[in-house]
Design a binder for this molecule. Structure first.
Ligand code: ADP
Ligand code: MG
Length: 529
């Protein structure tokens, strides 16, 4: 069978128990990486695959693995999938479990990157799951204690391998490979970028791999991602965000990145005053709460999610330090499959080229279109922007400056400064603490503790309201006088960004809800150029 012959998944002659799920998920045509990787993987080759984020790498390795698991029976742990973050572990575990739906009971998947105690995980390992998913640091204690043996392993996967390495897991990986992995496993390294470190890993774990380096041009043939940059002062970012949202210059579901937790909260509290509801993917909260938020965003409960992909300086001491690399694993947004993101906004430009690649890779996934918009403020931003731009050009993409005449938003400056002033350090601190307290109140584990100490619970619920920003309903409305510009040409500058049309599948998969409450939209009067 040659690659050219393949038109849909039926060409791979996969087990019917897998094709049923593919059909159920409306997945009929393999993506480029799947088209190339699946036949090679089925033929027993080791693979090093570089393909951009959102290109469908998970199924590219998972389908051939599950095919073998379903058709050749054997006891013991047969597949080990290592990932950089807990979130990604959860998503890969969910996908694996869903594709094992029609499989016999003994084929099951266990995620070791969850928050269960090592002791509990030990008993979970006793049932010999056939697929194990973990971060390197969560796996090693089980290998060291001999609670887990990898003697019967057939497949070893490092997903988002570049991130696994950049998170400082190189030594853990080396130990896993050299001390615990049998010599005959089939190995897949999946990555969005190929770094020098990846070369080292390749020679460590693979003997004669096939290297699939998808040319960006091949991948970008449909040019699904449109990228823009707006230059502005640091303070103007808030006004710009407000204008972009309130005037619906961007359509659909938004994933907004700020560079630290404090800024995430600042932005959330700022927008809240205008009645713009957002949810925050807060790295200070336990994994389960973060899952919940991502799930809710994916299900369409929220249309704007604010996230940070850099480490936080927590006001609330982190629990779980005992597991070593908790901070890194918690590094929230990378590799996570936010579904149906129409726009990624870099409220703050990331300070690394690969972060930009991973961020914008959250949109235009699985054949859907997407837009990336970056706010660029300072001279140091310009340096990194040049590097990001050069990298994108190498990938056959372009970042287009959006000539947004900032004078046009001057009218909004007063109300925005007012709202921004209300978001004091105290208000942010209060909100961060409140978020942590809300989690404590919700926590199942602590329920019994508080049942015995109702007074403490009362204290948590009610204290420290001094920093809470008062509701300001008047800010929710955009007054007519701010919209009525005398000069029609100037008004045209507030045209929506030219986003690509969503394809019909995308339309169907969203709940089609607008993030601004339905009421007469005064901006309908703003005409296009
Ligand atoms: P990557 O690991 O390359 O970043 P994922 O494997 O997470 O990408 O896939 C991104 C999204 O695309 C997921 O929501 C997945 O369900 C979807 N997807 C994967 N393969 C296909 C396909 N062949 N057709 C349509 N959607 C797909
Ligand atoms: Mg992936």
């Amino acid at each position: 069978m040659t690659v050219e012959d393949i038109i849909d998944f039926s060409s791979f002659e996969l087990d019917a128990r897998l094709t049923r799920i593919l059909l159920r998920n409306n997945i009929t045509k393999p993506t480029l990486i799947q088209e190339k990787a699946i036949p090679l993987a089925l033929a027993g080759k080791d693979l090093l695959a570089k393909a951009k984020t959102g290109s469908g790498k998970t199924l590219a390795y998972l389908l051939p693995i599950l095919q073998r698991l379903l058709t050749v029976s054997k006891a013991g742990v047969r597949t080990l999938i290592l990932v950089p973050t807990k979130e990604l572990a959860r998503q890969v575990a969910e996908t694996t479990t869903s594709y094992l739906h029609y499989a016999p009971k003994e084929l099951c998947c266990l995620n070791l990157a969850g928050e269960e105690s090592l002791q509990l995980q030990k008993s979970m390992l006793a049932v010999h799951p056939s697929v194990l998913i973990s971060t390197p640091s969560r796996l090693l204690p089980h290998l060291d204690s001999k609670a887990l043996l990898l003697d019967s392993l057939d497949f070893f996967v490092v997903d988002e391998a570049d991130l696994v390495l950049s998170f400082g897991y190189t030594q853990d990986l080396e130990r896993i490979v050299q001390e615990f992995l049998p010599k005959t496993v089939q190995t897949f390294l999946m990555s969005a970028t190929l770094t020098g470190e990846m070369e080292k890993l390749k020679s460590l774990v693979m003997r004669n791999p096939v290297i699939l380096k998808l040319q960006e041009a091949e991948e970008e043939d449909q040019n699904l991602l449109q990228q823009y940059v707006i230059r502005c002062e640091q303070e103007d970012k808030f006004i710009l965000m407000y204008v972009v949202l309130k005037l619906k210059l961007l359509k659909g579901k938004l994933l907004v990145f700020a560079n630290d937790v404090e800024r995430c909260f600042r932005l959330k509290l700022f927008l809240e005053q205008f009645g713009i509801k957002t949810c925050l993917l807060n790295p200070e909260l336990p994994l389960q709460s973060r899952h919940h938020i991502v799930d809710e965003f994916n299900r369409g409960v929220y249309d704007i999610i604010i996230a940070s992909d850099t480490e936080s300086s927590a006001v609330v001491p982190k629990k779980g330090k005992k597991h070593g690399k908790t901070d890194k694993e918690g590094g929230v947004a990378r590799g996570v499959d936010f579904r149906h993101v129409d726009v990624v906004v870099n409220f703050d430009l990331p300070q690394r080229v690969d972060s930009y690649v991973h961020r914008v890779g959250r949109t235009a996934r699985g054949g859907n279109t997407g837009t990336a918009l970056s706010f660029v403020s300072s001279t140091c931003d310009e340096t990194i922007l040049r590097a990001i731009g050069a990298d994108q050009e190498q990938r056959g993409s372009q970042i287009i400056p959006h000539e947004f005449d900032l004078k046009q938003i001057d009218g909004f400056r007063y109300r925005c400064s007012d709202a921004l002033r209300a978001v004091t350090k105290v208000a942010i601190h209060t909100a961060r603490l409140q978020a942590a307290k809300d989690e404590i109140v919700k926590s199942e584990k602590l329920k019994t503790f508080f049942e015995e100490r109702p007074k403490d619970l009362g204290l948590l619920r009610h204290d420290n309201s001094s920093g809470v920003i008062k509701a300001r309903p008047h800010l929710k409305h955009v007054p007519e006088y701010l919209l009525a510009s005398e000069d029609a040409d100037k008004r045209a500058k507030l045209d929506p960004l030219p986003q690509a049309e969503r394809n019909p599948k995308q339309q169907k998969s969203r709940r089609g809800k607008s993030f601004i409450k339905k009421r007469r939209d005064p901006l309908k009067s703003i005409k296009k150029k």
